[in-house]
Design a protein around this ligand. Sequence first.
Ligand code: FAD
Length: 412
Amino acid sequence: MIEWSEQHRMIRDAVRRFVAAEVVPNVEALEHGDMPPYDIFRKMLSTFGMDAVAKTRFEHMLARDRAREAGEAQPDRESEGEAGDRSDSAAMQLIPIIELCRYCPGMVTAVGVSMGLTSAAILSKGTLEQKQRWGLDLMTLKKIGAWAITEAGSGSDAFGGMKSTARPTEDGGYLLNGSKTFITNGPYADIIVFICKLDEEGVAARDRKIVTFVLEKGMPGLTQSKPMRKMGLHSSPTGELFLQDVKVGPDRLLGGKEDSRARSGAKDTFSLERSGVAAMALGIVERCLELSVRYAKERVQFGRPIGEFQLIQDKLARMEVARMNIQNLVFRTIEAAGQGRRLSLAEASAMKLYSARVATEVALEAVQVYGGNGYMSEYPVEQLARDAKALQIYAGTDEIQISAIARDLMAR
Ligand SMILES: Cc1cc2nc3c(=O)[nH]c(=O)nc-3n(C[C@H](O)[C@H](O)[C@H](O)COP(=O)(O)OP(=O)(O)OC[C@H]3O[C@@H](n4cnc5c(N)ncnc54)[C@H](O)[C@@H]3O)c2cc1C
């Protein structure tokens, strides 16, 4: 794939019209935290029938799981559907991300964590009963999800320094304690995937099993903070979670078993999150480039449009190279989906590292092209530069992506 198809362009134009009508007039309210981002996205889902598609996908998934439990033969994923359908469906998921990120990367962060990360964690590792209980509400954004691993003392080393615990109780349940920070949707989440360590006697803290629970808003002992103030992504509410003796039954233990591959489950989630960042970066870069080209033609200094100065041309040319490269990475994701192939963690890390870095560079250069105006909030490049920076931090920092890529190279 070297270009968007005619059909992709039609979808893109329709999404672009929706964004212009529903998102752009509300960017101020979204950015100042006066308007949580969820209702607009729900409207987007129903406008494009994406909720109905999600429901059908969910039902197929459950039917497959039921058949598997009944011991019936399963089609492998590769033979399911045509390659073209699979790549179109991947493109359908990525196009709205790109279009929304041109104006509001925070909205994509919030919704992506709910419909992407949280729902994927439950749908890939949950029991059939757990999928039925929480899956569809998350896939359709009827309920808001949060995925909580980070703690004040454990970020990049998410498992090593983790202090949150699950202590088994005599009735077969667990008592959960601890706190989480920087949690996207933390303040509003209805459903929370909470990752912690099993409190096992005689086992050193670093070696304890990782277990994951599904919690719900309002459970006794669970407190969700107000949104934290931060540098950018203001339309994505970020918060803390505090758990004090939260009592849960075994039905909330994800996968139903203490050894249900929670570490690898969290790693699969990292891979999904990382490959989505390239689409976000593409939206930011596309818009910064468009705005910069327009400004370079309009802004006159020394009697000439600034776009006639070679130093400004250099910035525009670099932005275009970045746009082409990131777009190719997005196309690669779509092609891989068409082949029924998931990107490996190292591939996803490489994509994330490159696109997050380049999006931040491009957005900062766009500020430079705009001069003093670029530093003013009245001009959109200021917001995009603050928003882009987060891509280098969440879903694993740049430094952590570098180690993941290098580890993979050296293991070959
Ligand atoms: C906007 C936003 C939303 C977020 N949403 C969520 C969420 O929904 N759920 C969630 O669980 N978490 C979330 N996070 C947390 C995020 O995943 C962490 O901030 C991130 O993983 C980094 O951890 P840290 O902040 O503790 O930094 P640290 O791990 O303390 O890192 C500090 C610095 O040291 C570097 N460093 C650390 N270890 C190494 C190493 N081995 N080699 C080289 N350098 C290293 C880092 O790269 C970084 O530059 C979010 C963060 C942000 C900013």
